[in-house]
Design a protein around this ligand. Structure first.
Ligand code: HEM
Length: 221
């Protein structure tokens, strides 16, 4: 996991407490019953190509929204420093979506559900509440690097004959571990300028992030 200090450690603690025992057994303090399909053990998921493509398309809307906010703020203090951080996923997702359409003969589609809703939430928060936007930024990218990767491996085994999608490959800026370390530092730096009230607002947004990401995961589970 690397070094865990500063505000990122606070965000991580809250996130881990919201996992069901089935999702992250070692640390997760079970707060919810695993009644929703994405809260069940990944080993019991029954993914389909169609559902997985929908998940990738909806996810693209979320990552595009996030990455546009950061790129548009290239010269601005709050988000600009996260531009080209190495964790970006839009380009990889575009390739995977094309691959899934071709491999399974599935029609192209637009994000109309959970991802569209999440993207709209992100755009609004970016303008009105940086601490809340940053909470989503942390949870979306870090969740994908942890549980997201486990999910990718399982789905690949079940429906892609072991093929690894680009979504789960980090090649930019030194790869995944370096990028996670860089972004942890940037997040800690960002939060150092916040008041305790702003930090708490950020932490309190974690539940919303789980709810919105959970809706996305449900498309594959
Ligand atoms: C970390 C699983 C959903 C946010 C983890 C870890 C696992 C995991 C195994 C690593 C625990 C460790 O470090 O020991 C899962 C599974 C999920 C899921 C199976 C769903 C099926 C989510 C969701 C979010 C989330 C919906 C938030 C939107 C995080 C964060 C970390 C994490 C922030 C910490 C990553 C880090 O420190 O690098 N998850 N998770 N997870 N998860 Fe999840």
């Amino acid at each position: 996991m690397g070094q865990q200090k500063g505000f990122v450690e606070e965000m991580r603690r809250v996130a881990m407490s919201l996992h069901t025992r089935e999702q992250a057994p070692r640390e997760g303090e079970k707060k919810t019953d695993a009644t929703k399909s994405e809260q069940k053990p990944v080993a019991r998921w029954t993914p389909t190509a169609e559902g997985y493509l929908n998940f990738l398309v909806e996810s693209l809307a979320v990552y595009e929204a996030m990455e546009r906010v950061v790129a548009a703020n290239e010269n601005e203090k709050t988000y600009g420093k996260f531009n080209n951080c190495g964790l970006e996923r839009s380009e990889a997702l575009r390739k995977d979506i094309k691959y899934m359409e071709e491999r399974f003969g599935l029609a192209p589609r637009e994000a109309t559900g959970a991802g569209k809703e999440y993207a709209e939430t992100l755009k609004a928060l970016a303008a009105t509440s940086p601490p809340e936007f940053i909470c989503h930024f942390y949870n979306v990218y870090f969740a994908h690097s942890a549980g997201g990767r486990m999910i990718g491996r399982k789905v690949s085994e079940l429906i892609l004959d072991g093929k690894e999608l680009e979504f789960y490959e980090w090649r930019a800026n030194g790869g995944l571990d370096e990028s996670l370390a860089r972004v942890r530092n940037l997040l800690n730096e960002t939060a150092e300028a916040w008041s305790r009230e702003e930090k708490d607002r950020c932490l309190e947004e974690t539940g919303k992030s789980f709810q919105l990401s959970g809706q996305l995961l449900r498309l594959i589970a």
